[in-house]
Ligand binder design. Sequence first.
Ligand code: SDX
Length: 425
Amino acid sequence: MSITAEIRVGDKTLPLPVIVGSEQEVGVDIQALRDKTGAVTFDPGYGNTGACESAVTFLDGELGILRYRGYPIEQLAGKVSFLEVAWLLLKGELPNAAELATFTAAEKANRGLPAHVTAIINAFPKDAHPMAVLSAAVLSLSSTYHAETAATHAGLNFNELRLMAQLPTIAAAIYRHGAGLAPVAPDAKLDYTANFLNMMFAGTARSGHDADIANALDLLLILHADHEQNCSTSTVRLVGSAQADLYASIAAGITALWGPLHGGANQAVIEMLDGIVAHGGDVGWAVAQAKDKDSSFRLMGFGHRVYKNFDPRATLIKVQADVVLGKLGKNDPQLAIAKGLEEAALKDEYFVARKLYPNVDFYSGIIYRALGFPYGMFTVLFALGRLPGWMAHWNEHNAGKAKIGRPRQIYTGKNARDVVELSKR
Ligand code: SDX
């Protein structure tokens, strides 16, 4: 059945082209709307607006479906490595053994940081939020590599490879600087996630995480790797559409992710759970606060712009929380509180009516805290996972030589008026 659309604005009726995606999503093409009718659409928050066509990730918020390049995350998480998923997102296909070997070797060989990046990290106050330092450190890379933009290395763009290899080193250096610890050099004998854990915790009471823990963190990175046109990915695409370089675009994505309504929610969830512990573990108090319109309190880690049913990532992370805490022999009261909060909210009409369910951030912080990460590093971990998705979208937007992103508005300010000289104001 062919789908048609038209819009009537005043006395004008405009037939509109329709595009249908590979999952039968329907997009009404309004590119001619303003020229033909003088009107623009109005959609604050872009909840009904498709900004682009994309082949990277498909998600269905009603059915709780999430697929990277067609592969369901349930078939990827815990079954392939994060580097394989990064290759999949960037190249469109899972790597074969030779491609993975070359990529892995190149990632290991490029983990070291230029001296100026280390200097920038160390120039920040020790109590600076790690996300601020992460964005600045990534932006500073553009001063070193932009000339090599076209160079390919191990099958990837040189800058993509460097970012994949160096972001964990930057993240660990940020943590060590803040903790007053000497940095730990990357170890090419260790795979991606084990190396990151070693750079983070070597020489501390939190060292010694084994392969099971490294695999659990690898799984979490996979679950954070992409999520179509979310706030930070849309930021990366928008900045890239101005032909800013990859590092500037990723640095912008990092700052967008930092917001507590977005990736910063994983830190906000744990701080919320701390608050509930301070209230004697009273989840009823938290639910009441979240429903109180006079309270600024929100159930952090709950709700989602797209998922109006369960977030498939939250389901998988909740299982991992039990696995990791069990492995570490930790009995974290916050996990029991989180489960109690989920149970109470899912029975409460306020949350049911608004289709508010746990999202990717609800349980992840409990795992990160159990592994020894300080709260400020939680969203840095989200950024580590999201990096390949951001870069895949940046490439897709720029490869298509996209137009610069420039939304319209509806002006509601003062009409034209004349300036009155100071003596008469
Ligand atoms: C991520 O987009 C992505 O894909 C993001 C992400 C990714 O992988 O990139 O999935 C990662 O950012 C997950 C979301 C993390 N954020 C949080 O957990 C913060 C808490 N959640 C909310 O602030 C909120 O649910 C959002 C921001 C996630 C979504 O907000 P929307 O879609 O703009 O919904 P809304 O703010 O308009 O809320 C609709 C109603 C309102 O009530 P009413 O005005 O109808 O009475 O639901 C209420 C809201 O007050 N509501 C909540 C709530 N979330 C929404 N009430 C209490 N607690 C909450 N968490």
